[in-house]
Structure formats: structure tokens, C-alpha cells
Design a protein around this ligand. Sequence first.
Ligand code: NAD
Length: 462
Amino acid sequence: MTDMPIIAEHSFATVEETVQQQKEFFKSGQTFSKEFRMKMLQTLADIIRANERDICTALKQDLNKSETEAYMTEVGFLLEEIRFTIKRLNSWMKPVKVKTAKTHIGSKGYKVAEPYGVTLIIAPWNYPFQLQLAPLIGAIAAGNTAILKPSELAPHTSRLIAKLMKASFDANYIAVLEGGIETTNHLLKQPFDYIFFTGSVPVGKIVMKAAAKQLIPVTLELGGKSPCIVDETANIPLAAKRIAFGKWTNAGQTCIAPDYLYVHHSVRDRLIEEIKKVVKDFYGLDASKNENYPKIINSKHFQRVKGYLSDGELLYGGQVDEEQLKITPTLMRPKDRSVPVMTEEIFGPILPILEYEKVEEVIEFVTNRPKPLALYLFTTNTQTEKQILEKISFGGGCVNDTLMHIATPYLPFGGVGESGIGTYHGESSFVAFSHYKSILKQTNRFDLSIRYPNAKNSLKLM
Ligand code: NAD
């Protein structure tokens, strides 16, 4: 299979012109009203609903996603996020009153959310539709304009996003600038008011460095190695099913997929047997022959993931289909902890398995590495749960499940340390794209003169 050619880069003039047009439009104040924001959110939902089929087709072309997976992780996810936002936007937009300090008697204080202005949203290729539009929901809800930069590695989805947005929104409000590194780098030189980036840690650093030059605030949704810990008290068959779901959805190309397993030695063999059973159940004996099993995005990433297969002893799977760019669900005992599969983010369908005796070993291992985006713990022991959750810092995660914390709009989603800065989803998307202005409204009915230098009874230090 050959990779689609990279999308043409935009001319610098187009980039600059679009940013300037959006600056002018933002200044007009049209994006501020609740009615405008609601209408635009509704328009976005309508576009998604009306084009479900084309969206699924583009995702099939870029990643061989099945319709069910495309709906669950991209289309349905967005529709639910918009529905949730529309229902609550009125209350999120209301000024938030704060208490009055004794020293400020007579005054009132409140915080009011205002949009940042012109925002830039850069997306990766793994959930190329959802990860581009989920932040856009926050940008619209908070009253901003937006320039979207989809991933050039998912070209069918990138083109579709550009086509759909162009057909429904003015470019001075929402514009899509397709392209690769050159376009992104030129965009990063523009005077944005906010940048929302989803992607890898190295590119996250490039984005933050560029933003720092203009002191532009950022949200960085990054990646890393997310551990999945299974202790001796876990419900093993259920754990196996939920781990397999989390690891092999999108063939492991999920930022919060369990990257590696850390399992108590007493249940290791049972867990491996259960996972093998589940994988056969989910995808058949050879997943590469399953037409709904996703492919690796392109040959470069295929070669990268394939390279990990030599980092240890294969316990299951390991079939590769170079033509279709597929690698089957694979379980592996890594040679040691310094091989690439144990030091780099795998972002593919290989699951290395480590075993432990004491939970302290796991805590030591994870806390000696960059803070993960997600952590999963399978246990029925509340002491272990408390210990792990208290001692390990990570973006977010689940106890006795995988991935599901990302799918509820009630939980903010984001990383910590190397796995990211800031959160979004539900109300936290609105918060991410808003600046909260603090206002103190003073009374004119009286004046406490004690603060003035000429006060008779001015404050004296004892
Ligand atoms: P990436 O960082 O390579 O690319 C992301 C975006 O940055 C793309 O739009 C790309 O065009 C642009 N880009 C790439 N290289 C660039 C460069 N040198 N200079 C400027 N711009 C550049 O990431 P990816 O490969 O598309 O996605 C995979 C990564 O994203 C993984 O690390 C994964 O964990 C992470 N991710 C994180 C989340 C999250 O929500 N935290 C979600 C999905 C993916």
C-alpha cells in the first residue's frame, strides 16, 4: 500500500491574511453573544450528522477504522460533547460571584469568562476528526474564532474537514489550513491569542517554544507511556477484556492506550491466557485478515512499530502484513527495560508485559519515568488503589477499566508533566478557551478612608 501524497502547503500570504481577517472579525464582537455561539454549535452538530457517511469513509481510508469504531470514538463522541455543551453553555457563561473579604466591605467581586480571541487548533492523525473538532467545540462555546490545522498524515480526513468547514463557516470565523510541518511552523509565527495542540511530546516542545516568543497561552495534549497495572486481587477475565479493548482499539494508536502491562507474578499466566482468548474473540485467529481491524497509519510508522517486535520474546501475535500495513495484537516479554519498546511510546498494537512481586516496585518504576498521560489499575484491594493513586502522578485514568475516563464530559481530560499542560472536555473545554477576568465593583455609598495616606487613624505597625 502506498501512502497518500502530503497535502500541499499553504502560501505564507494565505496564512497571514486568514489570521488578520479573523482578528478583524473577532473585534466586531459578533462571536460574543450566547445566541451566536449556540447557533454555531448547532451548525457544527448538523454538519457532523449530515456527513456521517463521508466521515466514516475518510476514517476507513486513512486508518481502516470500522464504522462502529468511527462512530464510537469520533462521530458519536463529538455529537455528545456538543449536546452537553449546548445544554450548559448558558450557566457556564454567567459571571461567577465570589465572597467579599472583610477588608473590602461594601464591594462585590466576580469573575467573568471572556474569549481569548483568535485561536489555533493543531491536530494529530490518530483520531483525526474528533481531535480536531473536540477542541473547536470549546473554542466556539467560549466565543473565539479558530484556525484548524489537521494532520497531513490523515489526508482524507484533513480534506473532508476543510471541505465541511468551508461549506458552513466563513473563513474569518473558522478556517482550515491544511499542510504539514512548514504550514504549522508558519502558523506558529502568527499573533494568535491561544494555541491548542494535540500531538507528540517533541512537537509539543516546538509549539511551546514558539508560543513563548509571543507569550501566547497554550494547552498541550501530549502522549507518553501509560502503564496498566494488574494486581493479584483483580477480576482477571474482566480485566483481560477491558485491557484488550483499550490496547487494540485503533490498533493501539491511541494516546491513552495501555502502553505496557505490569502484572503481579501470581496472576501473570492466567491474565495472558485470558487476553489471548479475548483477542481471538474480538478479531479472530488472525486479526490481519479481519476487515475491521485498523491499519497502521503509514509505512514510516509501520516500520517503527514493526521494529519493536525484535525487542523481546513474542508471547502471542506478531504477524505483520506489509501490504495492508497491519500488525496483529501482540503480547511480548521485553528483553529488558532499556529496549526501545520499553523506553519509547509504542503507539501500536504491541503490549509488553512486566511482572512484579511488591507493588512498591511498580511505584518505583513508574515514578522514575516521565509522568504518564493515563494510568490503569485493576484491583479489588482498596489499600493498593489508595497507594497507587496517591503515590503516582498521571494525567487521568481508570480503576478496573481502560480509556473510559476520556469518554465522559464530566471529567476534565489532560496530561501532567511531559504528558501535557491543561485539560479539556465538557466544562473544562469552555474554561480552557476562556480568560477569567476578575472584577471588583466598589460601592459609592461610603468610603473607608483608612487606606489613604492622610487618614487620621491610618494603620500603624505595632
Ligand atoms: P505529531 O506531534 O507528529 O503531529 C501533530 C501535529 O503537529 C500535526 O498536525 C503535524 O502536522 C504537526 N507537526 C508534526 N511535526 C512537526 C514539526 N516538526 N513542527 C511543527 N509541527 C509539526 O503527532 P502525531 O504523530 O500526529 O500524533 C501522535 C502523538 O500524539 C502521540 O505521541 C500521541 O500520544 C499524541 N496524542 C495525544 C493525544 C492527547 O489527547 N493527549 C491525543 C492523540 C495523540
